[in-house]
Design a protein around this ligand. Structure first.
Ligand code: 6PG
Length: 483
């Protein structure tokens, strides 16, 4: 074979990735799609590209040089399994099958195990950056074996986005590690988007500014510490005017947010791992709440606060509030990233991956949806302290949170008083205060558990496990059983 890499599945993401691969010096790309028209279309539309079209899996395998490497770009789930089954039939030991879709990492662990038995390598690779990223340079999060990375590394480095001179790809860890990290990336993406949406809503309802005016606010924020792709595109979306009605597009879009599942997976996994990703969870739940029109329709009559914002803030007062909201957004964002990295650390411990958290933050600086300047600060934090147990306790973030916390509290208080939902802002602040608290009411919860279920508790002043005889004489006994 002449091709050094192949792509199976030529929908938008797949063809863009194939084009990206073909555009890099030294790559020849075998392409295959279940319906052959798409393969022919891609090849005929891009005569300049080094494509080798294949009409069957056998032809596809024959056109690849060994060890063969192919990236599957089909819908996550059963379609992926079907393609893997076909490739396993025509590939040989030492070859590499890459799943570039948004697979659930436990599926990737399962597939890797099954494929490995044939001697073929299976690599689950998270790919972020949407259609444009796939074409011009995504952020890539590959898992899989060290052996496969030897072949894949140079190929993936050739197509990844570049941030500060470094390609946005690194070998994350074995089997499902790459898809795990991509999942958390998406969870953070959900949180970031929700926080931005809450900031927009608060500004709009408190100042009465138009979407176009708020677009200017976001454009301004994008020049400061919040600089990021998501802030940038928010300004663009808010500035967009609907051609049909002449209204701001954001006002004619139905306010029910969709979701394809990766945010929910992040939260489900975090629940299993016992990691409090509350900011990410609120973002997922906010989308769920929005998508229940029947519940919302019957709830509009629920009483609201007496002091609902009547007069809009203007002039300096509006500017001051907007600055407070900016700080609240920044602080909440720090919480979301800190929680996300916490989940990656916990996942790595659980699944026995050695994941370099600093390297993860670096490959997110370019190409992906959450790309931002801010990721450099996370990289710095892990460079200074690789085992940092809570990201937001790094000195840089402590300073930022210290600077923001008064504004953050005011904004959450204002939202509550005015009856404006700001779940991600509020829960991020609660998480922050929970971490800070010297004593938590968890002690009372332990007492309650012991009362109704003899679940026992530990004491602050001595070792051992204790139980109070609640239904007896209420003396304390040392317990052996720990529930
Ligand atoms: C990316 C994105 C992408 C994801 C979309 C849609 O990193 O490029 O995360 O993989 O599919 O953002 O996600 P939802 O439909 O769940 O919002």
């Amino acid at each position: 074979g002449v091709a050094n890499i192949g792509v199976v599945g030529l929908a938008v993401m797949g063809s863009n990735l194939a084009r990206n691969l073909a555009s890099r010096e030294g790559n020849t790309v075998a392409v295959y799609n279940r319906s052959h028209d798409k393969t022919e279309l891609l090849v005929s539309e891009h005569p300049e590209a080094q494509f080798v079209p294949a009409g069957s899996y056998a032809e596809f395998a024959a056109s690849l040089r060994t060890p063969r490497a192919a990236i599957i770009m089909v819908k996550a789930g059963r379609a992926t399994d079907a393609v893997i089954d076909e490739l396993v039939k025509v590939f040989e030991p030492g070859d590499i099958i890459v799943d570039g879709g948004n697979a659930l990492f436990t599926d990737t662990i399962r597939r890797e195990k099954a494929v490995r038995e044939t001697g073929i390598n299976f690599v689950g690779a998270g790919i972020s950056g949407g259609e444009e990223g796939a074409l011009k340079g995504p952020s890539i999060m590959p898992g899989g074996s060290d052996e496969s990375w030897v072949t894949l590394g140079p190929i993936l480095r050739s197509i990844a986005a570049v941030a500060e001179g470094e390609p946005c790809v690194t070998h994350i860890g074995h089997d499902g590690a790459g898809h795990f990290v991509k999942m958390v990336h998406n969870g953070i993406e959900y949180a970031d988007m929700q926080l931005i949406a809450e900031a927009y809503d608060l500004i709009r309802r408190a100042t009465g500014k138009s979407p176009a005016e708020i677009a200017d606010v976001f454009a301004e924020w994008n020049r400061g510490e919040l600089e990021s792709y998501l802030i940038e595109i928010t300004a663009e979306v808010l500035r967009q005017v609907d051609a049909e009605t002449g209204m701001p597009l954001v006002d004619v879009i139905l306010d029910q947010a969709g979701a394809k599942g990766t945010g929910a997976w992040t939260v489900q996994t975090a629940l299993d791992l016992g990691v409090p990703v509350s900011g990410i969870a609120e973002a997922v739940f906010a989308r769920s709440l929005s998508s229940h029109p029947e519940q919302r329709a019957v709830s509009g009559g629920l009483p609201g606060p007496d002091d609902e914002i009547g007069d809009h803030l203007t002039g300096e007062d509006a500017d001051a509030l907007i600055e407070q909201i900016r700080l609240a957004l920044y602080a909440s964002k720090i919480v979301a990233y800190s929680q996300g990295f916490d989940e990656i650390r916990a996942g790595a411990a659980q699944y026995d991956w050695s994941i370099d958290l600093g390297a993860v933050s670096k490959i997110w600086r370019g190409g992906c949806i959450i790309r931002a300047q801010f990721l450099n600060r996370i990289a710095d934090a892990y460079a200074d302290a690789p085992d940092l147990p809570v990201l937001l306790t790094a000195p840089f973030f402590v300073e930022a949170l210290g600077r923001a916390q008064r504004a953050w509290r005011s904004v959450v208080a204002l939202a509550a008083a005015a009856g404006i939902p700001a779940p991600a802002f509020a829960s991020s602040l609660a998480y922050y205060d929970g971490l800070r608290a010297e004593r938590l009411p968890a002690a009372l919860v332990q007492g309650q558990r012991d009362f109704f279920g003899a679940h026992t508790y530990k004491r602050i002043d001595k070792d051992g496990t204790f139980h109070t005889l609640w239904s007896g004489d209420r003396t304390e006994i040392e317990a052996v059983d720990t529930h």
